[in-house]
Design a protein around this ligand. Structure first.
Ligand code: PHE
Length: 456
């Protein structure tokens, strides 16, 4: 294949692994995974989630990287080119478009939550948590989210720093930062787990996470677990596809995908192990919802020796993890604007950024002025439009996007093309991948989806 990306290429395969890990590891692992695990009863949910990572997530990640590296353009144009190459309908580019829309929607709320983390850097650094009770820490959080102006301020700041890196381009902006910060986050999480071992109800936390009780898991919960597998691995919307398009040709797609998925899962499990022991030790509610980490971790930081330093560092790293994810959420749109509209990266980033920022205002208000509750797939949701956008993207758009990516890679693309890119020959490992994306993924996603909405 002689196609080349006009946006540049990662310097080597390690940078791809770092960037894809940077995209995958984010609020999804540290903020969302613990709270949805808490809402869905723990162990059984975690088990389904892990299963989805292995049988659906990794094969789809391989497919997405392979499509990206073959097409070498924004997901929209990649799908157009590859569909043409395979003699398939032009409408496959809709897959790229739906990814762009999903990216905007996700980033619009992602940035608001990252804004919470940003504001907690300041709280932690100024000693607000020192010696505070669980109640006053909860009050602090509630006070913060009930003030839309505060949320708007931090949301704006986070969007601004995201757009600056996006405008600078993926390599110059991002490579240096993640090289250092990802390992730092990892080490800090291990430290926090160590703290939870000594001061929290550690065994209760472990049991909650790993002892499955299927009576607590509904089909709605299964759908959330599957949707989260897509969300946490950044799949189904083109983020991994565009990163794959910057991937050098000699890197192994299977190995890198497995490595990224492993790192991502490890971070999520560590976050769970750091948080639930504190939840139980303080008599807090595991199903508290999106506020969970903001109401638990500060208690630990307020009590542990060196908590001021660790607390500040933790939120700084959380912001960085969110930052490297948010960049990948908008990159498919920016790359398309550069390719098709001939915009400079700066202009493309500004336009996409302002659009997302505006959309984010809906989420800002959903925690105060516009909050309402509703039911979806048997579960009560009470954060209004935030929940609507989250369900629409994680539980519907990403799984559907992933499903079509699998169908394209396994059914539409010529066998020679996928074999070339995966470079695994035609042997057992290639056959296993093909079997998973051909049958297991499409059937699995469809069944879970129909079950959750109560079709049968
Ligand atoms: N994977 C990121 C996280 O877990 C979120 C994300 C979703 C990023 C989809 C890109 C695309 O925080």
């Amino acid at each position: 294949m002689s196609r080349k990306s006009i946006h540049g290429e990662w310097s080597n395969r390690w940078i791809f692994i770092l960037a894809a890990t940077g995209s995958a590891v984010g609020l999804g692992n540290i903020w969302k995974f613990p709270y949805i695990t808490g809402e869905n009863g723990g162990g059984a949910f975690v088990l389904v989630y892990l299963l989805c990572i292995v049988v659906i997530g990794i094969p789809i990640m391989m497919s997405e990287v392979l499509l990206g590296r073959r097409g070498k353009q924004s997901p929209i144009n990649t799908m157009k080119t590859l569909a043409k190459e395979a003699g398939a309908s032009r409408h496959w580019q809709l897959l790229g478009w739906s990814g762009v829309v999903a990216g905007f929607l996700i980033l619009s709320y992602y940035s608001v939550i990252a804004g919470w983390a940003l504001s907690y850097v300041l709280e932690a650094g100024s000693g607000t948590f020192t010696g505070q009770s669980a109640e006053s820490i909860a009050d602090l959080f509630v006070g913060k989210i009930s003030n839309p102006w505060v949320l708007l301020f931090w949301h704006s700041l986070f969007m601004l720093i995201t757009m600056i890196v996006v405008a600078r381009g993926v390599q110059r902006g991002l490579e240096q930062a993640i090289r250092l910060l990802m390992p730092a986050l990892f080490i800090l999480l291990i430290l926090m787990v160590g703290y939870a071992m000594n001061s929290g109800e550690f065994m209760q936390g472990v049991m909650f996470l790993f002892n499955p009780d299927f009576s607590k898991l509904s089909w709605g919960g299964v759908l959330t677990a599957m949707g989260h597998a897509f969300f946490t691995l950044s799949l189904g919307m083109g983020a991994i596809m565009i990163y794959g398009s910057y991937m050098p040709h000699d890197a192994s797609i299977a190995k890198t995908s497995i490595l990224v998925a492993l790192a991502d899962t490890l971070v999520a499990l560590l976050a769970g192990l750091a948080i639930f022991p504190i939840v139980f030790a303080n008599g807090l509610e595991p199903g508290a919802g999106p506020s969970l980490i903001f109401m638990t971790l500060p208690i630990a930081f307020g009590q542990m020796p060196g908590g001021l330093l660790f607390g500040t560092l933790f939120f700084v790293l959380l912001v960085f993890a969110a930052w490297s994810s948010s960049i990948s959420l908008i990159e498919p749109a920016v790359a398309w604007l550069v390719e098709n509209r001939k915009f400079t990266r700066l202009k493309a980033a500004a336009i996409a950024g302002i659009g997302t920022w505006l959309l984010g205002i809906i989420t800002v208000f959903s925690f105060n002025y516009w909050s309402f509750s509703f039911h979806f797939a048997g579960e009560k949701k009470s954060d209004g439009m935030f929940d609507v956008i989250d369900i629409l993207t994680s539980n519907i758009m990403l799984p559907l996007g992933g499903l079509f990516i699998a169908v394209f890679a396994a059914w539409i693309m010529h066998k020679q093309a996928s074999q070339d890119e995966l470079a695994m020959g035609g042997g057992a490992r290639y056959q296993l991948w093909k079997f998973l994306v051909r049958y297991v993924t499409p059937v699995g996603v469809t069944i879970i989806f129909l079950k959750a909405i109560g079709v049968f």
